[in-house]
Design a protein around this ligand. Structure first.
Ligand SMILES: [Zn+2]
Length: 383
């Protein structure tokens, strides 16, 4: 299991300047290699090294041998990623990648960890810089030697991002499951009865929606710019809320002593005939998918197994008797006497429904199968 730790560097003004200069040279060296890549159609680390090492060393003597090697790796990896993601057709010229002076790669020869400080190679010698160390950073550092390091600037502050290879967590044992419903009215509800992110968040979302509509109907260049700024702001806000919410959800699961977390599979149901309005409304909302992704990431790190279930019948089914109930906004009512918050009722169904798949959203199960499952009894999917 790979985990990245971001270490905020407490730099002096001189160090800030040294890092900026290093990043500038590093990106220029990378950009200087691009024409070689294009001419020779070569993005293999060893091959590119042979092509560019001496000319780049000569052009950027201050960078030093190890930094040039790191720049070769950076360029080779960027082209490998480009080819994997978009492809580089054989009969077309190799596209140019533009490297910006925002980050520098390090390896064990160019950086080291000394207690509560990092020692980093710069063009003016080694810089010893202290870093802010919270409990998460401490735990990561205690887990062993990081495999990759990258110096990066974010909003004027330098960070060292370290990638650690952690042992996979020991899975929690047992078969108690908690269900999670991601909803329209409230952000999420768990089968333990917790409802998260109600009023304030909906208000924020409606505010963003309203200003977006207003700007969209305007259509001028200025409003397009404003629209872009708003969508960036909204995305950062949602990301923050999703981080906080997912943390609270995983805490709920652990507190309940459960070891399985079930969510609805909202991604592969486009062809599903039974998907109601409620499901369809959430289908194209990237925010819900992001919340589920964050929950999965954090849950698995805690040893919780993540499973996905068919969302078709989660909202109208009574979680007590399995019959068909009535859902009016927040209230769910059933003739058996069950009266519950509708999202909590849904999450209780999700908790007891049989899993489609674990940690992979794919197959769609036969819905009638789900109804025969008793609360908290786990059946293996027969698909
Ligand atoms: Zn009922």
């Amino acid at each position: 299991m790979e985990r990245t730790g971001s270490f905020k560097l407490l730099t002096s003004p001189q160090q800030t300047e040294a890092f900026s200069e290093l990043a500038r040279l590093f990106s220029e060296a990378c950009n200087g290699m691009v024409p070689f890549v294009q001419e020779h159609r070569c993005w293999n680390r060893v091959g590119l090294h042979h092509l560019v090492y001496y000319p780049i060393r000569e052009r950027f003597p201050a960078l030093g041998s190890q930094m040039v090697c790191q720049a070769v790796h950076r360029v080779a990896d960027a082209y490998k990623a480009l080819r994997a993601n978009e492809g580089i057709p054989k009969d077309q010229p190799v596209p140019a990648i533009q490297f910006t002076p925002s980050s520098v790669s390090f390896d064990h020869r160019t950086y080291s960890i000394k207690g509560e400080a990092f020692s980093l190679s710069t063009t003016t010698g080694r810089a010893t810089v202290r870093f802010a160390c919270g409990p998460r950073q401490k735990a990561l550092l205690a887990s062993g030697l990081p495999k990759e390091a990258r110096l990066a600037i974010r909003k004027g502050i330098w960070y060292l991002n370290l990638v650690f290879d952690l042992p996979d967590p020991i899975p929690l044992s047992g078969d108690l499951a908690v269900g999670l419903d991601v909803g329209e009215n409230n952000l999420a509800a768990t089968s333990t009865g917790k409802v998260l992110g109600g009023g304030k968040l909906r208000h924020d979302r409606d505010r963003y929606l309203a200003s977006r509509r207003r700007l969209q109907s305007n259509g001028s260049r200025a409003s397009k710019r404003k629209l872009k700024a708003i969508s960036g702001k909204e995305q950062r806000h949602v990301r923050h809320v999703n981080h906080e919410t997912s943390k609270a959800i995983v805490a709920q699961v652990l507190q309940a002593g459960a070891c399985i977390l079930r969510m609805e599979d909202l991604t592969h149901i486009r062809a599903h005939i039974k998907a109601g309005n409620r499901v369809r409304a959430r289908l194209h909302r990237w925010a819900f998918r992001q919340l589920q992704d964050f929950v999965q990431y954090k849950a698995e790190a805690a040893g919780i197994k993540v499973e996905y279930v068919d969302p078709a019948y989660t909202s109208q089914t009574c979680s007590v008797c399995g019959g068909l109930g009535k859902r009016v906004k927040h209230r769910f009512a059933c003739s058996c006497g069950n009266l519950a918050h509708s999202d909590v009722n849904a999450s209780r169904n999700i908790a007891r429904f049989a899993a489609l798949s674990s940690s992979a959203r794919g197959v769609v199960s036969r819905p009638e199968f789900a109804h025969r499952v008793h609360p908290c009894v786990v059946e293996s999917s027969s698909l």
